[in-house]
Design a protein around this ligand. Structure first.
Ligand code: PMP
Length: 455
Protein backbone atom coordinates (compact mmCIF):
# COMPACT_ATOMS: atom_id res chain seq x y z
CA UNK A 1 0.00 0.00 0.00
CA UNK A 2 1.45 3.41 -0.88
CA UNK A 3 1.80 6.29 1.57
CA UNK A 4 -1.15 8.23 0.13
CA UNK A 5 -3.49 5.28 0.64
CA UNK A 6 -2.22 4.77 4.20
CA UNK A 7 -2.81 8.42 5.00
CA UNK A 8 -6.35 8.25 3.66
CA UNK A 9 -7.07 5.12 5.68
CA UNK A 10 -5.58 6.71 8.77
CA UNK A 11 -7.80 9.78 8.35
CA UNK A 12 -10.82 7.57 7.76
CA UNK A 13 -10.47 5.03 10.56
CA UNK A 14 -7.94 6.07 13.20
CA UNK A 15 -8.94 7.85 16.41
CA UNK A 16 -5.71 9.12 17.91
CA UNK A 17 -5.13 9.72 21.63
CA UNK A 18 -4.81 13.28 22.97
CA UNK A 19 -5.19 14.73 19.48
CA UNK A 20 -7.11 17.93 18.83
CA UNK A 21 -9.69 17.19 16.17
CA UNK A 22 -8.53 20.10 13.94
CA UNK A 23 -5.12 18.41 13.74
CA UNK A 24 -6.69 15.65 11.65
CA UNK A 25 -6.87 18.10 8.78
CA UNK A 26 -3.10 17.81 8.40
CA UNK A 27 -1.52 14.77 6.80
CA UNK A 28 -0.83 12.34 9.65
CA UNK A 29 2.70 11.42 10.59
CA UNK A 30 2.98 7.67 10.02
CA UNK A 31 6.09 6.02 11.40
CA UNK A 32 7.25 2.84 9.76
CA UNK A 33 10.64 1.96 11.20
CA UNK A 34 13.40 3.17 13.48
CA UNK A 35 17.02 2.64 14.36
CA UNK A 36 18.75 4.18 17.37
CA UNK A 37 17.30 7.64 17.96
CA UNK A 38 16.10 8.01 14.35
CA UNK A 39 12.51 7.29 13.39
CA UNK A 40 11.52 6.96 9.75
CA UNK A 41 8.08 7.70 8.27
CA UNK A 42 6.35 5.95 5.35
CA UNK A 43 7.91 8.39 2.88
CA UNK A 44 11.41 7.68 4.19
CA UNK A 45 11.79 11.03 5.98
CA UNK A 46 13.89 10.75 9.14
CA UNK A 47 13.23 12.33 12.53
CA UNK A 48 15.27 12.55 15.73
CA UNK A 49 13.32 11.15 18.66
CA UNK A 50 13.30 14.22 20.93
CA UNK A 51 10.67 12.83 23.28
CA UNK A 52 11.74 9.18 23.50
CA UNK A 53 8.51 8.17 21.72
CA UNK A 54 6.48 9.64 24.58
CA UNK A 55 9.10 9.50 27.33
CA UNK A 56 9.73 5.80 27.33
CA UNK A 57 12.46 4.80 24.93
CA UNK A 58 15.73 4.29 26.80
CA UNK A 59 18.41 2.79 24.53
CA UNK A 60 17.15 3.96 21.16
CA UNK A 61 15.04 1.83 18.82
CA UNK A 62 15.87 -1.59 17.48
CA UNK A 63 18.47 -2.33 20.16
CA UNK A 64 19.90 -5.74 19.37
CA UNK A 65 19.89 -7.12 22.93
CA UNK A 66 16.25 -6.14 23.39
CA UNK A 67 15.18 -7.54 20.02
CA UNK A 68 16.98 -10.79 20.83
CA UNK A 69 15.37 -11.07 24.28
CA UNK A 70 11.92 -10.93 22.69
CA UNK A 71 12.81 -13.43 19.95
CA UNK A 72 14.24 -15.87 22.49
CA UNK A 73 11.16 -15.61 24.70
CA UNK A 74 8.85 -15.93 21.71
CA UNK A 75 10.21 -19.39 20.99
CA UNK A 76 9.16 -20.47 24.50
CA UNK A 77 5.80 -18.76 25.08
CA UNK A 78 4.31 -15.35 24.30
CA UNK A 79 1.79 -15.14 27.11
CA UNK A 80 0.02 -17.04 29.85
CA UNK A 81 -2.11 -15.58 32.63
CA UNK A 82 -0.72 -14.48 35.96
CA UNK A 83 -4.06 -14.98 37.71
CA UNK A 84 -3.19 -17.69 40.18
CA UNK A 85 -0.17 -18.91 38.16
CA UNK A 86 3.18 -17.13 37.78
CA UNK A 87 5.61 -17.36 34.87
CA UNK A 88 9.39 -17.42 34.68
CA UNK A 89 10.31 -13.94 33.33
CA UNK A 90 7.81 -12.20 35.62
CA UNK A 91 9.38 -13.84 38.70
CA UNK A 92 12.92 -12.94 37.62
CA UNK A 93 11.84 -9.39 36.84
CA UNK A 94 10.10 -9.03 40.22
CA UNK A 95 13.34 -10.06 41.97
CA UNK A 96 15.33 -7.58 39.87
CA UNK A 97 12.89 -4.72 40.56
CA UNK A 98 12.95 -5.37 44.29
CA UNK A 99 16.79 -5.38 44.18
CA UNK A 100 16.99 -1.97 42.52
CA UNK A 101 13.99 -0.27 44.18
CA UNK A 102 14.12 1.64 47.50
CA UNK A 103 14.75 -0.88 50.25
CA UNK A 104 11.28 -1.30 51.80
CA UNK A 105 9.56 -2.25 48.56
CA UNK A 106 9.45 -6.03 48.39
CA UNK A 107 6.31 -6.95 46.43
CA UNK A 108 5.60 -6.48 42.72
CA UNK A 109 2.10 -6.37 41.22
CA UNK A 110 2.09 -6.25 37.42
CA UNK A 111 -0.16 -4.42 34.99
CA UNK A 112 0.24 -2.95 31.52
CA UNK A 113 0.30 0.85 31.55
CA UNK A 114 1.30 3.70 33.80
CA UNK A 115 -2.34 4.52 34.46
CA UNK A 116 -3.22 0.99 35.57
CA UNK A 117 -0.15 0.87 37.84
CA UNK A 118 -1.36 4.03 39.61
CA UNK A 119 -4.99 2.84 39.65
CA UNK A 120 -3.74 -0.29 41.41
CA UNK A 121 -1.71 1.73 43.94
CA UNK A 122 -4.80 3.79 44.77
CA UNK A 123 -6.95 0.67 45.22
CA UNK A 124 -4.26 -1.00 47.32
CA UNK A 125 -3.91 2.04 49.59
CA UNK A 126 -7.66 2.24 50.00
CA UNK A 127 -8.11 -1.44 50.78
CA UNK A 128 -5.03 -1.51 53.03
CA UNK A 129 -6.77 0.65 55.66
CA UNK A 130 -10.01 -1.28 55.25
CA UNK A 131 -8.21 -4.58 55.77
CA UNK A 132 -6.41 -3.19 58.83
CA UNK A 133 -9.83 -2.37 60.30
CA UNK A 134 -9.10 1.38 60.33
CA UNK A 135 -12.30 3.02 59.15
CA UNK A 136 -12.74 6.30 57.30
CA UNK A 137 -9.34 6.61 55.60
CA UNK A 138 -10.75 6.86 52.09
CA UNK A 139 -9.50 10.12 50.59
CA UNK A 140 -6.42 10.91 48.50
CA UNK A 141 -4.22 13.96 48.38
CA UNK A 142 -2.57 15.09 45.18
CA UNK A 143 -0.63 18.09 43.88
CA UNK A 144 -2.11 20.65 41.50
CA UNK A 145 -1.47 19.83 37.84
CA UNK A 146 -0.62 16.27 38.82
CA UNK A 147 -0.94 13.66 36.09
CA UNK A 148 -1.27 9.98 36.87
CA UNK A 149 -3.14 8.57 33.87
CA UNK A 150 -6.51 8.66 32.12
CA UNK A 151 -8.59 5.99 33.82
CA UNK A 152 -11.40 7.19 36.06
CA UNK A 153 -9.42 6.48 39.23
CA UNK A 154 -6.22 8.11 38.04
CA UNK A 155 -8.03 11.14 36.64
CA UNK A 156 -9.55 11.49 40.13
CA UNK A 157 -6.08 11.78 41.69
CA UNK A 158 -4.94 13.95 38.80
CA UNK A 159 -5.64 17.64 38.55
CA UNK A 160 -4.99 18.99 35.08
CA UNK A 161 -8.05 21.10 34.42
CA UNK A 162 -7.94 20.83 30.64
CA UNK A 163 -7.87 17.01 30.66
CA UNK A 164 -10.19 16.39 33.57
CA UNK A 165 -12.86 19.06 33.78
CA UNK A 166 -15.25 17.44 31.30
CA UNK A 167 -15.32 14.28 33.46
CA UNK A 168 -15.65 16.05 36.82
CA UNK A 169 -18.93 14.50 37.92
CA UNK A 170 -17.61 11.04 37.09
CA UNK A 171 -14.57 11.36 39.35
CA UNK A 172 -14.10 10.96 43.12
CA UNK A 173 -12.92 14.03 44.98
CA UNK A 174 -9.23 14.33 45.79
CA UNK A 175 -7.72 16.94 48.09
CA UNK A 176 -5.44 19.16 46.02
CA UNK A 177 -2.38 20.99 47.40
CA UNK A 178 -0.75 23.65 45.19
CA UNK A 179 2.40 22.40 43.49
CA UNK A 180 5.41 24.51 44.48
CA UNK A 181 6.03 26.05 41.03
CA UNK A 182 9.17 28.16 41.43
CA UNK A 183 8.89 30.01 38.09
CA UNK A 184 5.34 31.20 38.75
CA UNK A 185 5.87 32.18 42.41
CA UNK A 186 6.25 35.81 43.48
CA UNK A 187 9.35 34.76 45.43
CA UNK A 188 12.19 33.13 43.53
CA UNK A 189 13.56 31.72 46.78
CA UNK A 190 13.14 27.92 46.61
CA UNK A 191 12.88 27.68 50.37
CA UNK A 192 9.96 30.14 50.48
CA UNK A 193 8.15 28.33 47.65
CA UNK A 194 8.71 24.98 49.35
CA UNK A 195 7.54 26.13 52.79
CA UNK A 196 4.33 27.69 51.48
CA UNK A 197 3.19 24.41 49.93
CA UNK A 198 4.44 22.31 52.87
CA UNK A 199 2.55 24.47 55.39
CA UNK A 200 -0.66 23.96 53.40
CA UNK A 201 -0.03 20.21 53.36
CA UNK A 202 0.68 20.15 57.11
CA UNK A 203 -2.53 22.05 57.84
CA UNK A 204 -4.55 19.66 55.66
CA UNK A 205 -3.02 16.61 57.34
CA UNK A 206 -3.56 18.07 60.84
CA UNK A 207 -7.22 18.70 60.11
CA UNK A 208 -8.13 15.66 58.04
CA UNK A 209 -5.53 12.90 58.46
CA UNK A 210 -8.13 10.50 59.79
CA UNK A 211 -9.88 10.65 56.40
CA UNK A 212 -6.77 10.39 54.24
CA UNK A 213 -5.58 7.03 52.84
CA UNK A 214 -2.68 8.19 50.72
CA UNK A 215 -0.94 10.90 48.76
CA UNK A 216 0.18 10.60 45.14
CA UNK A 217 3.27 12.47 43.89
CA UNK A 218 5.38 12.59 40.76
CA UNK A 219 8.73 12.64 42.55
CA UNK A 220 11.16 15.50 41.86
CA UNK A 221 9.72 16.40 38.47
CA UNK A 222 6.10 16.78 37.40
CA UNK A 223 5.59 15.75 33.78
CA UNK A 224 2.37 16.36 31.85
CA UNK A 225 1.32 19.17 34.21
CA UNK A 226 4.13 21.37 32.90
CA UNK A 227 7.57 19.82 33.54
CA UNK A 228 7.92 21.43 36.96
CA UNK A 229 10.85 20.66 39.27
CA UNK A 230 10.23 20.47 43.03
CA UNK A 231 12.24 22.80 45.27
CA UNK A 232 15.09 20.98 47.02
CA UNK A 233 13.96 19.13 50.14
CA UNK A 234 10.24 19.29 49.25
CA UNK A 235 9.80 15.58 48.57
CA UNK A 236 11.59 14.65 51.81
CA UNK A 237 9.25 16.88 53.80
CA UNK A 238 6.23 15.34 52.07
CA UNK A 239 7.53 11.91 53.12
CA UNK A 240 8.03 13.06 56.71
CA UNK A 241 4.52 14.50 56.91
CA UNK A 242 3.03 11.30 55.47
CA UNK A 243 4.86 9.30 58.17
CA UNK A 244 3.84 11.68 60.95
CA UNK A 245 0.16 11.52 60.00
CA UNK A 246 -0.05 7.86 59.02
CA UNK A 247 -0.74 8.47 55.33
CA UNK A 248 0.59 6.19 52.59
CA UNK A 249 3.01 7.80 50.17
CA UNK A 250 2.49 6.74 46.54
CA UNK A 251 5.46 7.69 44.35
CA UNK A 252 4.48 7.69 40.69
CA UNK A 253 7.76 6.97 38.89
CA UNK A 254 6.07 6.23 35.57
CA UNK A 255 7.79 9.16 33.83
CA UNK A 256 10.76 9.69 36.14
CA UNK A 257 11.87 6.08 36.68
CA UNK A 258 14.75 4.22 35.04
CA UNK A 259 17.47 6.81 35.03
CA UNK A 260 15.45 9.61 33.48
CA UNK A 261 16.15 12.23 36.16
CA UNK A 262 19.71 11.12 36.95
CA UNK A 263 19.00 8.35 39.49
CA UNK A 264 17.51 4.93 38.81
CA UNK A 265 14.37 6.19 40.59
CA UNK A 266 13.67 9.83 41.28
CA UNK A 267 12.84 9.25 44.99
CA UNK A 268 16.53 8.40 45.48
CA UNK A 269 17.47 12.08 45.03
CA UNK A 270 16.12 12.69 48.53
CA UNK A 271 16.42 9.20 49.97
CA UNK A 272 12.65 8.87 50.11
CA UNK A 273 11.08 5.46 50.76
CA UNK A 274 7.52 5.36 49.44
CA UNK A 275 4.94 2.83 50.60
CA UNK A 276 3.86 2.23 47.02
CA UNK A 277 5.77 2.99 43.83
CA UNK A 278 4.53 2.77 40.25
CA UNK A 279 6.71 2.09 37.20
CA UNK A 280 5.94 1.70 33.48
CA UNK A 281 7.29 3.52 30.38
CA UNK A 282 11.08 2.89 30.63
CA UNK A 283 10.63 -0.49 32.36
CA UNK A 284 10.79 -2.35 29.05
CA UNK A 285 13.19 0.15 27.47
CA UNK A 286 10.13 1.50 25.67
CA UNK A 287 9.39 -1.77 23.86
CA UNK A 288 6.28 -3.37 25.32
CA UNK A 289 3.43 -2.41 27.64
CA UNK A 290 4.47 -3.71 31.06
CA UNK A 291 3.92 -1.75 34.26
CA UNK A 292 4.24 -2.58 37.93
CA UNK A 293 3.13 -1.36 41.34
CA UNK A 294 5.69 -2.05 44.04
CA UNK A 295 4.49 -2.34 47.63
CA UNK A 296 6.02 -2.79 51.07
CA UNK A 297 5.71 -6.05 53.00
CA UNK A 298 3.52 -4.14 55.48
CA UNK A 299 0.96 -3.40 52.76
CA UNK A 300 1.17 -6.91 51.32
CA UNK A 301 0.59 -8.44 54.75
CA UNK A 302 -2.66 -6.52 55.16
CA UNK A 303 -4.02 -8.53 52.20
CA UNK A 304 -2.80 -11.97 53.18
CA UNK A 305 -3.25 -14.22 56.17
CA UNK A 306 -6.10 -16.40 57.40
CA UNK A 307 -9.00 -16.80 55.01
CA UNK A 308 -11.48 -13.99 54.70
CA UNK A 309 -13.09 -12.58 51.56
CA UNK A 310 -11.18 -9.32 51.87
CA UNK A 311 -7.83 -11.10 51.92
CA UNK A 312 -7.69 -10.85 48.16
CA UNK A 313 -6.66 -7.91 46.06
CA UNK A 314 -9.46 -7.67 43.51
CA UNK A 315 -7.53 -6.64 40.43
CA UNK A 316 -5.84 -8.26 37.43
CA UNK A 317 -5.69 -7.72 33.68
CA UNK A 318 -5.58 -10.34 30.93
CA UNK A 319 -2.05 -9.35 29.88
CA UNK A 320 -0.68 -8.79 33.37
CA UNK A 321 2.87 -10.13 33.64
CA UNK A 322 3.19 -10.78 29.93
CA UNK A 323 6.24 -12.98 29.27
CA UNK A 324 7.54 -11.13 26.21
CA UNK A 325 7.31 -7.83 28.08
CA UNK A 326 8.96 -9.17 31.24
CA UNK A 327 11.75 -10.78 29.20
CA UNK A 328 12.54 -7.51 27.42
CA UNK A 329 12.33 -5.60 30.72
CA UNK A 330 14.93 -7.96 32.20
CA UNK A 331 17.22 -7.41 29.21
CA UNK A 332 16.68 -3.65 29.55
CA UNK A 333 17.74 -3.66 33.21
CA UNK A 334 20.78 -5.80 32.39
CA UNK A 335 21.94 -3.15 29.90
CA UNK A 336 21.54 -0.47 32.59
CA UNK A 337 24.04 -2.38 34.74
CA UNK A 338 26.39 -3.45 31.99
CA UNK A 339 26.63 0.00 30.44
CA UNK A 340 26.59 1.96 33.70
CA UNK A 341 23.81 3.94 32.12
CA UNK A 342 22.61 6.09 35.02
CA UNK A 343 26.09 7.52 35.56
CA UNK A 344 26.48 8.24 31.85
CA UNK A 345 23.08 9.94 31.87
CA UNK A 346 24.34 12.42 34.43
CA UNK A 347 27.27 13.36 32.20
CA UNK A 348 24.88 13.91 29.30
CA UNK A 349 22.58 15.98 31.53
CA UNK A 350 25.44 18.38 32.23
CA UNK A 351 26.06 18.75 28.52
CA UNK A 352 22.36 19.42 27.90
CA UNK A 353 22.39 22.12 30.60
CA UNK A 354 25.18 23.87 28.67
CA UNK A 355 23.34 23.50 25.36
CA UNK A 356 20.07 24.80 26.78
CA UNK A 357 21.68 28.02 27.97
CA UNK A 358 21.38 29.47 24.49
CA UNK A 359 17.75 28.37 24.31
CA UNK A 360 16.96 30.11 27.60
CA UNK A 361 18.24 33.38 26.15
CA UNK A 362 15.62 33.43 23.38
CA UNK A 363 13.11 36.24 23.62
CA UNK A 364 10.05 34.05 24.14
CA UNK A 365 11.59 31.42 26.38
CA UNK A 366 10.38 32.15 29.90
CA UNK A 367 11.92 29.22 31.74
CA UNK A 368 14.03 26.14 31.09
CA UNK A 369 13.52 23.35 33.63
CA UNK A 370 15.69 20.27 33.71
CA UNK A 371 16.44 17.29 35.89
CA UNK A 372 18.71 14.75 34.23
CA UNK A 373 17.40 14.02 30.75
CA UNK A 374 13.94 15.38 31.53
CA UNK A 375 13.57 18.96 30.28
CA UNK A 376 10.78 21.45 29.70
CA UNK A 377 11.08 24.76 27.86
CA UNK A 378 8.23 27.14 28.69
CA UNK A 379 7.35 29.67 25.99
CA UNK A 380 5.84 32.99 27.06
CA UNK A 381 4.55 36.05 25.26
CA UNK A 382 6.40 38.41 27.57
CA UNK A 383 9.61 37.31 29.24
CA UNK A 384 9.54 40.10 31.83
CA UNK A 385 5.96 39.71 33.05
CA UNK A 386 5.91 35.93 32.36
CA UNK A 387 2.64 36.44 30.51
CA UNK A 388 1.69 33.29 28.60
CA UNK A 389 0.56 33.32 24.98
CA UNK A 390 -3.23 33.16 24.51
CA UNK A 391 -4.07 29.45 24.69
CA UNK A 392 -5.96 29.52 21.36
CA UNK A 393 -2.70 30.41 19.58
CA UNK A 394 -1.32 26.97 20.54
CA UNK A 395 2.23 28.26 20.29
CA UNK A 396 3.74 25.18 21.93
CA UNK A 397 2.02 22.91 19.46
CA UNK A 398 3.03 25.05 16.47
CA UNK A 399 6.63 25.15 17.70
CA UNK A 400 6.69 21.35 17.73
CA UNK A 401 5.27 21.30 14.18
CA UNK A 402 8.18 23.51 13.08
CA UNK A 403 10.56 21.11 14.84
CA UNK A 404 8.95 18.24 12.98
CA UNK A 405 9.60 20.06 9.69
CA UNK A 406 13.21 20.39 10.84
CA UNK A 407 13.32 16.63 11.54
CA UNK A 408 12.77 16.23 15.27
CA UNK A 409 9.71 14.90 17.07
CA UNK A 410 8.35 16.10 20.39
CA UNK A 411 5.12 17.37 21.97
CA UNK A 412 4.18 20.24 24.26
CA UNK A 413 2.60 19.91 27.72
CA UNK A 414 0.98 22.35 30.14
CA UNK A 415 0.97 25.94 28.95
CA UNK A 416 3.25 25.95 25.87
CA UNK A 417 5.99 23.92 27.51
CA UNK A 418 8.06 21.95 25.01
CA UNK A 419 9.15 18.55 26.26
CA UNK A 420 12.75 17.58 25.55
CA UNK A 421 13.38 14.02 26.71
CA UNK A 422 15.70 12.18 24.33
CA UNK A 423 16.59 8.50 24.79
CA UNK A 424 19.31 8.08 27.46
CA UNK A 425 21.78 6.76 24.89
CA UNK A 426 21.54 9.76 22.54
CA UNK A 427 25.09 10.78 21.61
CA UNK A 428 26.48 14.24 22.32
CA UNK A 429 26.45 15.05 18.59
CA UNK A 430 22.81 14.04 18.35
CA UNK A 431 21.95 16.05 21.47
CA UNK A 432 23.56 19.10 19.90
CA UNK A 433 21.61 18.54 16.70
CA UNK A 434 18.37 18.17 18.67
CA UNK A 435 18.89 21.33 20.73
CA UNK A 436 19.71 23.27 17.54
CA UNK A 437 16.37 22.15 16.09
CA UNK A 438 14.62 23.02 19.35
CA UNK A 439 16.05 26.50 19.13
CA UNK A 440 15.26 26.95 15.43
CA UNK A 441 11.69 25.71 15.92
CA UNK A 442 11.09 28.24 18.69
CA UNK A 443 12.62 31.07 16.65
CA UNK A 444 10.56 30.18 13.57
CA UNK A 445 7.27 29.99 15.43
CA UNK A 446 7.76 33.19 17.35
CA UNK A 447 8.91 35.03 14.20
CA UNK A 448 5.73 33.99 12.42
CA UNK A 449 3.40 35.05 15.20
CA UNK A 450 1.36 37.33 12.98
CA UNK A 451 1.08 34.66 10.38
CA UNK A 452 -2.51 33.61 9.78
CA UNK A 453 -1.36 29.99 9.92
CA UNK A 454 -0.94 30.20 13.69
CA UNK A 455 -4.37 29.70 15.06
N1 PMP B 1 1.94 8.74 35.60
C1 PMP B 1 2.78 9.65 35.08
C2 PMP B 1 3.65 10.44 35.99
C3 PMP B 1 2.87 9.82 33.70
O1 PMP B 1 3.70 10.74 33.19
C4 PMP B 1 2.05 9.01 32.87
C5 PMP B 1 2.11 9.12 31.34
N2 PMP B 1 2.64 10.24 30.80
C6 PMP B 1 1.19 8.10 33.46
C7 PMP B 1 1.16 7.99 34.82
C8 PMP B 1 0.29 7.24 32.61
O2 PMP B 1 1.04 6.30 31.94
P1 PMP B 1 0.44 5.53 30.67
O3 PMP B 1 0.36 6.53 29.56
O4 PMP B 1 1.40 4.43 30.41
O5 PMP B 1 -0.91 5.02 31.08
Amino acid sequence: MDSQQLMELSKKHMWLPFTQMTDYERDPLIIESADGVILKDIDGKEYLDGYSSLWLNVHGHSKKELNDAIKEQLDKIAHSTLLGAANVPSILLAKKLVDIAPSDLTRVFYSDSGATAVEIAVKMAYQYWENKGIKGKTKFVTLSNGYHGDTVGTMSVGSIELYHKVYTSLLFDALVIPYPVIYRHSSQDEEVVKEESIQKLRKLFEERHEEIAGMTVEPIMQGAGGMNVMPKGYLKEVEQLCREFNILLIADEVATGFGRTGKMFSVEHEDVKPDLMTVAKGLTGGYLPVAATLATEEIYNAFYGEYSEMKTFFHGHSYTGNQLGCAVALANLEIFEKENLVEKTNEKAKYITELLEEVSELENVGDVRQHGLMCGIELVEDKKTKQSFPSEQRIGYHATLKMRELSMLTRPVGRDTIVFMPPLTTTKEQLKEMVDILKQGIILVTESLDDALIK
